[in-house]
Design a binder for this molecule. Sequence first.
Ligand SMILES: Cc1cc2nc3c(=O)[nH]c(=O)nc-3n(C[C@H](O)[C@H](O)[C@H](O)COP(=O)(O)O)c2cc1C
Ligand SMILES: CC(C)CC(=O)C(=O)O
Length: 414
Amino acid sequence: MVVRNVDGVGDHDLNCLSIEELERHAYNMMDKQTRDYYNEGADSGSTLRENIEAYRKYRIRPRVLRDVSKINTEVKLFGHTNTAPIGVAPTAMQRLAHSDGELGTARACRNMGIAMGLSSFATTTLEDVAAECAGEVPNVLQLYLFEEREHSKKLIARAKKAGFKAVFLTVDTPFLGRRNLEIRNQFKLPPHFKIANFAEEEEPALADETTPNAPNQSRTRQKAKSSSKPGYHDGEKRVYPTGPITFHSHAANPTLCWEKDIEWLKEECCPEMEVWVKGIATAEDALLAVHHNVRGIVVSNHGGRQLNGALATLDALPEVVEAVQGKIPVHVDGGIRHGTDVFKALALGADFVWVGRPALWGLAYKGQAGVELMLKLISDEFKLCMGLAGVIKVEDISKDYLVKVDRSGFVSRL
Ligand SMILES: Cc1cc2nc3c(=O)[nH]c(=O)nc-3n(C[C@H](O)[C@H](O)[C@H](O)COP(=O)(O)O)c2cc1C
Ligand SMILES: CC(C)CC(=O)C(=O)O
């Protein structure tokens, strides 16, 4: 049921008034394999949980008696006006959640004026997604840079042609993290879906596995072949498969490094698309990113799906911001579930945030309409938070509006 709100914030879906409720609805809409794949983190999942809990360590210091009748949540991103400093993070295989898949997410982003990141491992082609947004919102292509550069080269050329504004090179995934539910479920993309951006590259299947994370299974199924093929790294041994494009067969690339790959990528993308790195978590790497002239950083631990035990992204953010000194934009993702989380991340120095799983839950709940609902919930909460904290412009959000509360309840200014 949708009712018109009286507080001026907008319409409400009375069944779903928060991202928490959205998560609960989505839980019941997804089959077990999809739910486990989307929701789990690596190993014990402690980094996934800490990404969320990190936001609870901060409290907001509201200022009052300021005229907050006109609040502007807009920010510029890649030359576009984004209605809030929030984007939808790239997440793979969205058609598992709902038949609307990535097109539903794209339409929702377009309708809401919100940037969208498209995964290399999408179940919809980048051309179809770009056409849906028709240049109205900036689209970012997330890139797994294949060891076999021809695959990546083609993809980058297509992204340029389709009008993507930037590529986010994911740098936290030289190997895939250990996701135990995925392994136990023997996760497979059902045969009626395709990893669409690479569908034409596929060779006749020797193996039908499309699992992103089933190392034991892959080992037994994949056959060694010519060394000119991309492969996955299995300890000391490289395995070169044929068959459908999978993360294991074509994307895991433990050879990636700053000198060789970032320079190459900048040349390939230049000048049409900006090259950013996604998955930075330390000041040292942030400085290297600046040194190599990448255009921006996303502080990310892949939603706790890669290195479990890594620092929560909100806790890693301050050292990255400090190192970068405003030379390039710093974005953050991981664990953002409330408008107040967006406010806190910005107060700690982020320029922009990306949300991952909530978009998947929105898709599972109601397809495109569910993603719109998610974006509306979080954007409305953010706007309300700004107003109640006494801020009317995004650029005025600063650490003056936060305090940190430690485990014993001790409150400190930042
Ligand atoms: C199901 C799923 C698939 C993902 N696929 C990708 C991907 O293909 N490429 C990538 O760089 N990050 C991927 N991510 C990570 C997200 O881009 C983002 O970093 C993360 O979801 C943010 O955390 P959150 O889910 O807590 O918001 C994926 C995350 C999830 C949950
Ligand atoms: C195809 C996968 C490797 C996508 C991904 O990054 C993830 O599942 O976290």
